[in-house]
Design a protein around this ligand. Structure first.
Ligand SMILES: Cc1cc2nc3c(=O)[nH]c(=O)nc-3n(C[C@H](O)[C@H](O)[C@H](O)COP(=O)(O)OP(=O)(O)OC[C@H]3O[C@@H](n4cnc5c(N)ncnc54)[C@H](O)[C@@H]3O)c2cc1C
Length: 322
């Protein structure tokens, strides 16, 4: 059973330490790129950890449900729209520091609002011998929110949920928790906060990818679905053999459609598009030109090594094509 909700008490107390410029605590409607609308009780933009902890404590006391977003660029998966009506969105865009950079181990600690564009620029400015593992999303998408959503990038450390070295979390009573410095002894609590709502994550420590001597990106286009399934089997074997070590991103025309445009206004967002509706939009946008399925991956390593591995990759697909 939930607490009796006291919005007025919440707004009054929040107004004492969060300026009017940092809050819009009025009932309003949000719409996301899926066409889904939600009534929200407002948005708050905390600027310090102290404000955020107080906010969480007040929300617990007044029974007001919060919905945190780091940058809210979860485009295609809900954007910054809460999953329930009446929640207060806590936008963490202003908590965006890169708190630590360890050049020896290649690690950074980033706050929720820190974006992938910001981290890439930070490393460039420092002349660091590392890349951030970024995704195909916007440069304005966050590092932290993407990881909590089990996001994926392109390098060998692209499975972001598996590459969390530590996290700092505010729990519902306002207390601060560290998920555990990894790899180390003791339990790793990080998994509890992936795609869950057990806490509000305020910092993440992640590894960086040492810039390799050479990189070759490969794109394989499959004209039919059966050839794609066969190709994935071949790629699995090549990955096991160490021919490439990146993640692979595969998509079909429907996926390209989802990333190319918002949900069509003329359709009802409560229902998924039928296959024929998808097909009509795919044809209209000419998306079949990307192939029935397309797979992208990369080979990273030393020059000679990459050259050798590219040869092995090409040979494997020549066999498949025959
Ligand atoms: C063209 C295109 C390409 C894309 N390519 C990729 C891709 O290659 N890989 C990929 O992974 N995604 C991809 N995406 C999806 C999406 O844009 C990204 O996952 C993006 O990083 C999510 O937005 P965000 O980082 O701002 O997270 P947010 O929108 O801020 O948050 C994501 C989720 O985590 C929760 N959350 C966020 N911050 C906190 C916090 N501090 N504490 C507790 N919970 C929190 C939120 O409630 C939300 O449910 C793509 C999208 C598009 C449109």
């Amino acid at each position: 059973m939930g607490l009796p909700r006291n919005d007025q008490g919440f707004v009054e107390e929040v107004s004492q330490f969060i300026s009017s410029a940092q809050r819009e605590l009025i009932l309003t409607t949000e719409e996301n790129s899926l066409g889904i609308q939600r009534q929200i009780a407002g948005v708050v933009y905390p600027e310090s950890m102290e404000q955020l902890r107080k906010l969480v404590q007040l929300a617990s006391r007044h029974g007001v449900p919060l919905y945190p977003v780091s940058q809210g660029k979860n485009i295609g998966y809900g954007d910054r729209t809460p999953y329930q009506q009446g929640q207060v969105v806590v936008s963490l865009t202003k908590l965006n520091k890169i708190r630590e950079y360890n050049p020896e181990n290649g690690e950074v600690v980033v706050e929720p609002g820190g974006t992938q564009g910001q981290l890439a620029q930070f490393l460039k400015d420092k002349g660091a011998p590392f890349w951030a593992d970024v995704t195909g999303a916007s440069p304005d998408a966050s590092i932290l929110g993407n990881t909590l959503e089990a996001g994926f990038g392109h390098t060998p450390i692209g499975d972001h949920r598996k590459n969390i070295l530590d996290m700092e979390v505010i729990l519902a009573d306002g207390s601060l928790l560290r998920t555990g410095e990894m790899p180390s002894v003791g339990p790793d609590l990080a998994a509890l906060f992936i795609q869950s709502n057990f806490g509000l994550v305020t910092a993440i420590k992640i590894p960086l990818f040492p810039i390799p001597e050479d990189t070759v990106t490969f794109v394989i286009s499959f004209s039919t679905e059966p050839s794609f399934f066969k190709g994935i089997g071949v790629l699995k074997e090549l990955r096991k053999a160490g021919v490439f070590n990146s993640l692979v991103h595969s998509g079909n025309a429907t996926r390209a459609l989802m990333t190319a445009s918002p949900f069509p206004k003329e359709c009802d967002p409560a229902h998924a598009l039928s296959e024929s509706e998808c097909q009509a939009l795919i044809n209209k946008k000419g998306l079949l030109k990307v192939g029935a399925w397309t797979t992208i991956g990369a080979i990273y390593g030393m020059k000679e090594e990459v050259k050798f591995k590219v040869k092995r990759l090409k040979a494997a697909f020549r066999v498949l094509v025959k």
